[in-house]
Design a protein around this ligand. Structure first.
Ligand SMILES: Nc1ncnc2c1ncn2[C@@H]1O[C@H](COP(=O)(O)OP(=O)(O)OP(=O)(O)O)[C@@H](O)[C@H]1O
Length: 303
Protein backbone atom coordinates (compact mmCIF):
# COMPACT_ATOMS: atom_id res chain seq x y z
CA UNK A 1 0.00 0.00 0.00
CA UNK A 2 1.34 3.36 -0.86
CA UNK A 3 2.27 5.56 1.93
CA UNK A 4 0.08 7.74 3.88
CA UNK A 5 -3.30 6.64 3.06
CA UNK A 6 -4.49 3.86 5.22
CA UNK A 7 -7.17 5.50 7.14
CA UNK A 8 -10.79 6.20 7.26
CA UNK A 9 -12.79 9.25 7.84
CA UNK A 10 -15.96 10.81 8.43
CA UNK A 11 -17.26 14.22 8.44
CA UNK A 12 -19.91 16.34 9.79
CA UNK A 13 -23.24 16.18 8.25
CA UNK A 14 -25.50 19.07 7.60
CA UNK A 15 -28.00 18.29 10.32
CA UNK A 16 -25.36 17.76 12.97
CA UNK A 17 -22.68 20.01 11.66
CA UNK A 18 -22.44 22.27 14.64
CA UNK A 19 -22.50 19.45 17.12
CA UNK A 20 -19.79 17.58 15.26
CA UNK A 21 -17.62 20.61 14.89
CA UNK A 22 -17.67 21.08 18.64
CA UNK A 23 -17.14 17.42 19.21
CA UNK A 24 -14.13 17.19 16.97
CA UNK A 25 -12.53 20.22 18.52
CA UNK A 26 -12.94 18.83 22.00
CA UNK A 27 -11.69 15.49 20.87
CA UNK A 28 -8.68 17.01 19.25
CA UNK A 29 -7.75 19.11 22.22
CA UNK A 30 -7.93 16.07 24.38
CA UNK A 31 -5.30 14.49 22.20
CA UNK A 32 -6.61 11.31 20.92
CA UNK A 33 -5.62 7.81 21.61
CA UNK A 34 -5.14 5.76 18.53
CA UNK A 35 -6.73 2.48 17.86
CA UNK A 36 -5.74 1.15 14.53
CA UNK A 37 -4.59 3.12 11.57
CA UNK A 38 -2.67 0.39 9.95
CA UNK A 39 -4.93 -1.52 7.60
CA UNK A 40 -6.51 -0.77 4.28
CA UNK A 41 -10.26 -1.21 4.28
CA UNK A 42 -10.94 -2.50 0.87
CA UNK A 43 -9.61 -5.24 -1.22
CA UNK A 44 -10.08 -4.01 -4.73
CA UNK A 45 -7.66 -1.83 -6.61
CA UNK A 46 -9.69 -1.48 -9.75
CA UNK A 47 -13.19 -2.30 -8.64
CA UNK A 48 -14.37 -5.63 -7.28
CA UNK A 49 -17.52 -7.55 -7.89
CA UNK A 50 -19.20 -6.86 -4.56
CA UNK A 51 -21.59 -3.99 -3.98
CA UNK A 52 -20.41 -2.05 -0.96
CA UNK A 53 -23.52 0.13 -0.97
CA UNK A 54 -27.08 -0.48 -2.08
CA UNK A 55 -29.99 1.90 -2.12
CA UNK A 56 -33.27 0.05 -2.40
CA UNK A 57 -36.33 1.96 -3.55
CA UNK A 58 -35.30 5.07 -1.67
CA UNK A 59 -37.87 7.84 -1.51
CA UNK A 60 -37.20 11.20 0.13
CA UNK A 61 -39.92 13.80 0.33
CA UNK A 62 -39.61 17.30 1.71
CA UNK A 63 -43.24 18.24 2.23
CA UNK A 64 -44.65 18.26 -1.28
CA UNK A 65 -41.21 18.05 -2.94
CA UNK A 66 -40.24 14.57 -4.05
CA UNK A 67 -36.47 14.83 -3.98
CA UNK A 68 -35.82 11.11 -4.51
CA UNK A 69 -38.32 8.79 -6.15
CA UNK A 70 -37.78 5.06 -5.80
CA UNK A 71 -34.03 5.25 -6.32
CA UNK A 72 -32.13 1.97 -6.62
CA UNK A 73 -28.37 2.33 -6.65
CA UNK A 74 -25.62 -0.29 -6.47
CA UNK A 75 -22.09 0.88 -5.82
CA UNK A 76 -19.37 -1.60 -6.60
CA UNK A 77 -16.58 -1.96 -4.10
CA UNK A 78 -13.37 -0.31 -5.25
CA UNK A 79 -15.00 1.74 -8.00
CA UNK A 80 -15.41 5.43 -8.67
CA UNK A 81 -19.13 5.89 -9.28
CA UNK A 82 -20.15 9.19 -10.83
CA UNK A 83 -23.50 10.76 -9.98
CA UNK A 84 -24.69 13.44 -12.34
CA UNK A 85 -27.87 15.38 -12.95
CA UNK A 86 -29.10 18.93 -13.39
CA UNK A 87 -29.50 21.33 -10.47
CA UNK A 88 -32.09 20.15 -8.01
CA UNK A 89 -32.17 16.60 -9.39
CA UNK A 90 -31.44 15.00 -5.99
CA UNK A 91 -27.67 14.39 -5.96
CA UNK A 92 -26.89 16.00 -2.62
CA UNK A 93 -30.06 14.55 -1.13
CA UNK A 94 -28.74 11.13 -2.13
CA UNK A 95 -25.53 11.88 -0.20
CA UNK A 96 -27.55 13.18 2.74
CA UNK A 97 -29.61 10.00 2.85
CA UNK A 98 -26.53 7.77 2.58
CA UNK A 99 -24.63 9.66 5.28
CA UNK A 100 -27.60 9.85 7.67
CA UNK A 101 -28.28 13.57 7.49
CA UNK A 102 -31.80 12.64 6.41
CA UNK A 103 -33.65 9.41 6.97
CA UNK A 104 -35.35 8.31 3.79
CA UNK A 105 -39.13 8.63 3.71
CA UNK A 106 -39.08 4.99 2.69
CA UNK A 107 -36.61 2.48 1.28
CA UNK A 108 -33.37 1.03 2.55
CA UNK A 109 -29.68 1.88 2.60
CA UNK A 110 -27.44 -1.17 2.91
CA UNK A 111 -23.74 -0.57 3.50
CA UNK A 112 -21.17 -3.32 3.69
CA UNK A 113 -23.96 -5.84 4.21
CA UNK A 114 -25.61 -3.88 7.05
CA UNK A 115 -28.86 -1.99 7.03
CA UNK A 116 -27.82 1.54 8.01
CA UNK A 117 -31.17 3.16 7.27
CA UNK A 118 -32.08 5.62 10.01
CA UNK A 119 -28.69 5.50 11.74
CA UNK A 120 -27.19 8.78 12.92
CA UNK A 121 -24.48 10.48 10.87
CA UNK A 122 -21.95 9.58 13.54
CA UNK A 123 -22.90 5.89 13.49
CA UNK A 124 -22.75 5.83 9.72
CA UNK A 125 -19.37 7.55 9.70
CA UNK A 126 -18.15 5.03 12.23
CA UNK A 127 -19.28 2.25 9.90
CA UNK A 128 -16.95 3.70 7.28
CA UNK A 129 -18.71 6.31 5.15
CA UNK A 130 -16.94 9.65 4.82
CA UNK A 131 -17.98 12.71 2.91
CA UNK A 132 -17.09 16.19 1.81
CA UNK A 133 -19.40 19.11 1.14
CA UNK A 134 -19.99 21.41 -1.80
CA UNK A 135 -19.07 24.35 0.38
CA UNK A 136 -15.94 23.39 2.29
CA UNK A 137 -16.43 22.90 6.00
CA UNK A 138 -13.15 23.37 7.72
CA UNK A 139 -12.61 24.55 11.25
CA UNK A 140 -11.16 27.98 10.49
CA UNK A 141 -9.57 28.63 13.88
CA UNK A 142 -7.70 25.38 13.95
CA UNK A 143 -4.57 24.76 11.97
CA UNK A 144 -4.60 22.68 8.83
CA UNK A 145 -2.89 19.85 10.71
CA UNK A 146 -5.36 20.07 13.58
CA UNK A 147 -8.26 19.83 11.15
CA UNK A 148 -6.91 16.53 9.91
CA UNK A 149 -6.20 15.30 13.42
CA UNK A 150 -9.79 16.15 14.28
CA UNK A 151 -10.87 13.96 11.38
CA UNK A 152 -9.24 11.02 13.13
CA UNK A 153 -11.66 11.13 16.05
CA UNK A 154 -13.68 8.25 14.65
CA UNK A 155 -10.77 5.89 15.00
CA UNK A 156 -9.48 7.02 18.35
CA UNK A 157 -10.45 6.90 21.96
CA UNK A 158 -10.54 10.01 24.08
CA UNK A 159 -8.78 10.73 27.32
CA UNK A 160 -11.18 13.22 28.83
CA UNK A 161 -8.74 14.43 31.48
CA UNK A 162 -6.32 15.26 28.73
CA UNK A 163 -8.88 17.73 27.45
CA UNK A 164 -8.44 19.83 30.55
CA UNK A 165 -4.86 19.22 31.58
CA UNK A 166 -3.02 18.70 28.37
CA UNK A 167 0.40 20.29 28.20
CA UNK A 168 2.59 20.12 25.12
CA UNK A 169 5.52 18.43 26.86
CA UNK A 170 3.21 15.65 27.95
CA UNK A 171 2.50 14.56 24.42
CA UNK A 172 2.43 10.78 24.46
CA UNK A 173 3.77 8.42 21.84
CA UNK A 174 0.25 7.86 20.60
CA UNK A 175 -0.30 11.57 20.26
CA UNK A 176 2.91 11.91 18.31
CA UNK A 177 1.77 9.07 16.13
CA UNK A 178 -1.49 10.90 15.43
CA UNK A 179 0.42 14.01 14.40
CA UNK A 180 2.64 11.90 12.21
CA UNK A 181 -0.32 10.19 10.53
CA UNK A 182 -2.11 13.52 10.06
CA UNK A 183 1.00 14.87 8.34
CA UNK A 184 0.97 11.86 6.06
CA UNK A 185 -2.57 12.67 5.00
CA UNK A 186 -1.55 16.23 4.33
CA UNK A 187 1.37 15.05 2.23
CA UNK A 188 -0.99 12.77 0.36
CA UNK A 189 -3.18 15.69 -0.66
CA UNK A 190 -0.25 18.08 -1.11
CA UNK A 191 -1.00 20.35 1.85
CA UNK A 192 1.86 19.37 4.14
CA UNK A 193 3.62 22.70 3.65
CA UNK A 194 0.51 24.44 4.97
CA UNK A 195 0.21 22.27 8.09
CA UNK A 196 0.73 25.16 10.50
CA UNK A 197 -1.55 27.68 8.81
CA UNK A 198 -5.01 28.52 10.07
CA UNK A 199 -7.51 26.58 8.01
CA UNK A 200 -9.54 29.76 7.67
CA UNK A 201 -6.63 31.39 5.82
CA UNK A 202 -6.58 28.78 3.06
CA UNK A 203 -7.98 29.70 -0.31
CA UNK A 204 -11.10 27.93 -1.51
CA UNK A 205 -9.32 25.19 -3.47
CA UNK A 206 -7.07 24.43 -0.52
CA UNK A 207 -10.05 24.22 1.80
CA UNK A 208 -11.70 21.78 -0.60
CA UNK A 209 -8.56 19.69 -0.54
CA UNK A 210 -8.30 19.89 3.24
CA UNK A 211 -11.84 18.53 3.48
CA UNK A 212 -10.69 15.51 1.54
CA UNK A 213 -7.67 14.99 3.81
CA UNK A 214 -9.87 15.23 6.87
CA UNK A 215 -12.35 12.79 5.36
CA UNK A 216 -9.56 10.34 4.62
CA UNK A 217 -8.32 10.64 8.18
CA UNK A 218 -11.51 8.91 9.30
CA UNK A 219 -10.52 5.85 7.21
CA UNK A 220 -13.65 5.58 5.08
CA UNK A 221 -14.42 2.49 3.07
CA UNK A 222 -16.71 4.69 1.01
CA UNK A 223 -15.99 8.35 0.34
CA UNK A 224 -18.72 10.70 -0.91
CA UNK A 225 -17.23 13.63 -2.79
CA UNK A 226 -19.73 16.42 -3.41
CA UNK A 227 -18.44 18.74 -6.12
CA UNK A 228 -14.77 18.46 -5.09
CA UNK A 229 -13.65 20.70 -7.96
CA UNK A 230 -16.32 23.37 -7.56
CA UNK A 231 -14.81 26.82 -7.90
CA UNK A 232 -11.43 25.51 -9.02
CA UNK A 233 -9.34 26.37 -12.03
CA UNK A 234 -8.19 23.83 -14.61
CA UNK A 235 -4.90 23.02 -12.90
CA UNK A 236 -6.46 22.55 -9.50
CA UNK A 237 -9.22 20.38 -10.98
CA UNK A 238 -6.63 18.21 -12.65
CA UNK A 239 -4.91 17.79 -9.31
CA UNK A 240 -8.17 16.68 -7.69
CA UNK A 241 -8.84 14.28 -10.56
CA UNK A 242 -5.46 12.71 -9.91
CA UNK A 243 -6.12 12.63 -6.21
CA UNK A 244 -9.36 10.74 -6.86
CA UNK A 245 -7.37 8.17 -8.82
CA UNK A 246 -4.86 7.79 -6.01
CA UNK A 247 -7.60 7.39 -3.41
CA UNK A 248 -9.19 4.72 -5.54
CA UNK A 249 -5.83 3.02 -6.02
CA UNK A 250 -5.61 2.71 -2.26
CA UNK A 251 -8.83 0.73 -2.26
CA UNK A 252 -11.43 3.27 -1.19
CA UNK A 253 -14.72 3.31 -3.06
CA UNK A 254 -15.83 6.77 -4.18
CA UNK A 255 -19.12 8.30 -5.23
CA UNK A 256 -18.40 11.47 -7.13
CA UNK A 257 -20.89 14.26 -7.70
CA UNK A 258 -19.65 16.87 -10.14
CA UNK A 259 -21.16 19.30 -12.58
CA UNK A 260 -18.01 18.93 -14.64
CA UNK A 261 -19.15 16.06 -16.82
CA UNK A 262 -15.74 15.72 -18.43
CA UNK A 263 -14.20 15.12 -15.03
CA UNK A 264 -16.88 12.57 -14.14
CA UNK A 265 -16.44 10.81 -17.47
CA UNK A 266 -12.68 10.56 -17.07
CA UNK A 267 -12.59 9.67 -13.39
CA UNK A 268 -15.53 7.28 -13.06
CA UNK A 269 -15.88 3.56 -13.78
CA UNK A 270 -19.64 3.83 -13.91
CA UNK A 271 -22.03 6.77 -13.98
CA UNK A 272 -25.62 7.19 -12.85
CA UNK A 273 -27.65 10.13 -14.10
CA UNK A 274 -30.69 11.36 -12.22
CA UNK A 275 -33.37 13.89 -13.03
CA UNK A 276 -36.22 15.00 -10.77
CA UNK A 277 -35.13 12.41 -8.22
CA UNK A 278 -35.32 9.44 -10.61
CA UNK A 279 -32.60 7.49 -12.31
CA UNK A 280 -32.63 8.17 -16.05
CA UNK A 281 -29.45 6.38 -17.16
CA UNK A 282 -26.65 4.25 -15.81
CA UNK A 283 -23.63 2.60 -17.35
CA UNK A 284 -20.20 3.31 -18.70
CA UNK A 285 -19.34 7.01 -18.57
CA UNK A 286 -19.26 7.57 -22.34
CA UNK A 287 -22.56 5.75 -22.82
CA UNK A 288 -24.29 7.79 -20.14
CA UNK A 289 -22.76 11.01 -21.38
CA UNK A 290 -24.14 10.36 -24.86
CA UNK A 291 -27.49 9.00 -23.76
CA UNK A 292 -30.09 11.24 -25.46
CA UNK A 293 -32.16 11.52 -22.31
CA UNK A 294 -29.12 12.67 -20.34
CA UNK A 295 -28.08 15.08 -23.07
CA UNK A 296 -31.54 16.57 -23.08
CA UNK A 297 -31.89 16.68 -19.30
CA UNK A 298 -28.49 17.80 -18.29
CA UNK A 299 -25.73 18.25 -20.75
CA UNK A 300 -27.32 20.42 -23.37
CA UNK A 301 -27.23 19.41 -26.99
CA UNK A 302 -23.91 21.10 -27.69
CA UNK A 303 -21.94 19.08 -25.11
N1 LIG B 1 -33.59 20.35 3.35
C1 LIG B 1 -34.43 20.49 2.32
N2 LIG B 1 -35.68 20.97 2.51
C2 LIG B 1 -36.55 21.10 1.48
N3 LIG B 1 -36.26 20.78 0.21
C3 LIG B 1 -35.03 20.31 -0.05
C4 LIG B 1 -34.05 20.13 0.99
N4 LIG B 1 -32.91 19.63 0.44
C5 LIG B 1 -33.17 19.50 -0.87
N5 LIG B 1 -34.43 19.90 -1.16
C6 LIG B 1 -35.07 19.88 -2.48
O1 LIG B 1 -34.86 18.58 -3.01
C7 LIG B 1 -34.59 18.66 -4.40
C8 LIG B 1 -33.23 18.02 -4.69
O2 LIG B 1 -32.22 18.88 -4.14
P1 LIG B 1 -30.69 18.47 -4.14
O3 LIG B 1 -29.96 19.50 -3.36
O4 LIG B 1 -30.55 17.06 -3.70
O5 LIG B 1 -30.33 18.56 -5.67
P2 LIG B 1 -28.90 18.53 -6.36
O6 LIG B 1 -29.03 17.64 -7.54
O7 LIG B 1 -27.86 18.22 -5.36
O8 LIG B 1 -28.79 20.04 -6.83
P3 LIG B 1 -27.47 20.94 -7.08
O9 LIG B 1 -26.79 20.36 -8.28
O10 LIG B 1 -28.02 22.29 -7.34
O11 LIG B 1 -26.64 20.88 -5.84
C9 LIG B 1 -34.65 20.13 -4.78
O12 LIG B 1 -35.95 20.40 -5.25
C10 LIG B 1 -34.40 20.84 -3.47
O13 LIG B 1 -35.00 22.10 -3.43
Amino acid sequence: MTAPFLCHMHKKTEKNAVFHMDFTMVTYSSHLKMIDLGKPNNVGKGGGTLDILKLEKVIKNFGGVQALRDVDLNIRQGSVHGLIGPNGSGKTTTFNVISGVFSPTSGKVIFDGKNITGMTPYEIAKHGIGRTFQIPRVMPRMTVLENVMAGMYLRTSTDIMGTFFHLPFKESKQEKHIRYKAMEFLEFVGLDKSAGRWAGDLVWAEQQTLQIARALAGEPKLLLLDEPTAGMGAEESEFIENLIRRIKANGTTIILIAHDVKLVTRASDIVTAIEFGSKIAEGLPEEVKNNPRVVEAYLGTDE
